[in-house]
Write a protein that binds this ligand. Structure first.
Ligand code: ZN
Length: 321
């Protein structure tokens, strides 16, 4: 098995594609890695940077100093930017600094790589500033953007990046990865796989974090209320997050994941998946996931919490009646 495949647990086909493009010198100068938090965007960005900068082997050797330093965030030609502080926390000042640095020739490698994380948090002004350097980058510059959802980016940016979507881990990949990443959770592979829907980062968090467990439990309660058409229970669950919008967003994320994982199970004829879905038709499940998406978007746009969640519960109830 190639070394990069031991560094990354899932998305093996994507990894192969990237390594192939890199070895042929056909890797685009601007990539976007899209996927939910916990799926490994951060790690994959560093693996790609190592692939692009390694001088030992086209596509990365993952053993030389360059590769090791990149994976440890300690390479002079790889810079990391990002808004980890929520919506609007990736500012134009960051991009101005990036543009200055993009004018400097690489120090050790042939390229300079700029990793831009959490691009969903980039302000419009920052995106417009980034566009200028994406349009006419110096020949030695490469950009790796990460975002939970590509729709948070301007279409003008999207037209200049090649987007790769990260998938959840399969049950087999998950069973192999979890004991390595969280040895104490090794006995809970089945439970954590179900609760996280194959999102390894989330499962590791769940294994040790009560708050995340509560969010996951509330998602299960919401699903039960949905199947029982119990609008009062839905409202009561939402009210419990009145002062914790991020918690509620995470809870909605769990619910969405549970549904999509179960839908994939339904397609395979998995009886456990049918238990989760409790007789909900495929069309209804899709309506529910659309509703979850629009609710997440409304809350991210700072619409009123009580109004949005009341509407959410009423719509959920309608879908199932
Ligand atoms: Zn190397």
């Amino acid at each position: 098995m190639p070394v990069e495949h031991e560094l990354f647990f899932a998305n093996q086909r994507l990894l192969q594609t990237l390594a192939g493009l890199c070895a042929d010198g056909r890797l685009s100068h601007a990539l976007l890695l899209e996927g939910e938090n916990g799926l490994g965007k951060r790690r994959l960005a560093r693996i790609i940077a190592a692939m692009a900068l390694c001088k030992e082997r086209p596509g990365g050797c993952f053993r030389c100093d360059s590769c090791k330093n990149i994976l440890a965030d300690n390479h002079p030609d790889v810079e990391i930017y990002g808004g980890a502080g929520g919506a609007g926390s990736f500012h134009i000042e960051d991009i101005r600094r990036l543009r200055q640095h993009a004018g400097i020739l690489p120090n050790q490698a042939d390229k300079r790589v700029f990793i831009l994380e959490n691009c969903e948090n980039m302000t419009t002004a920052a995106q417009n500033a980034l566009l200028k350097v994406l349009e006419e980058p110096p020949s030695y510059v490469m950009f790796i953007l990460t975002a939970q959802n590509r729709n948070a980016l301007l279409s003008t940016i999207l037209s200049r990046v090649i987007c790769f979507h990260l998938e959840e881990l399969s049950k087999e990949e998950f069973a192999r990865a979890l004991p390595q990443m969280a040895p104490t959770a090794a006995g809970e592979v089945d439970r954590l796989y179900r609760a996280s829907g194959g999102n390894l980062g989330l499962a590791i968090q769940m294994a040790g974090d009560e708050r995340v467990q509560k969010q996951a439990e509330c998602a299960q309660r919401l699903l039960l209320a949905l199947r029982n058409r119990d609008e009062m229970e839905m409202l009561s669950i939402c009210a419990g997050f009145e002062r914790d919008k991020e918690g509620f967003l995470a809870c909605l994320g769990h619910l969405r994941r549970t549904l999509t994982t179960a839908m994939e199970g339904r397609l395979r004829g998995d009886s456990q998946a049918e238990e989760v879905l409790g007789g909900l038709s495929t069309a209804r499940v899709m309506e529910v996931t659309d509703l979850i998406d629009s609710t997440i978007l409304a809350l991210r746009r700072n619409q009123n919490f009580s109004l949005t969640t009341t509407l959410f519960c009423a719509s959920l109830n309608n879908i199932c009646n």
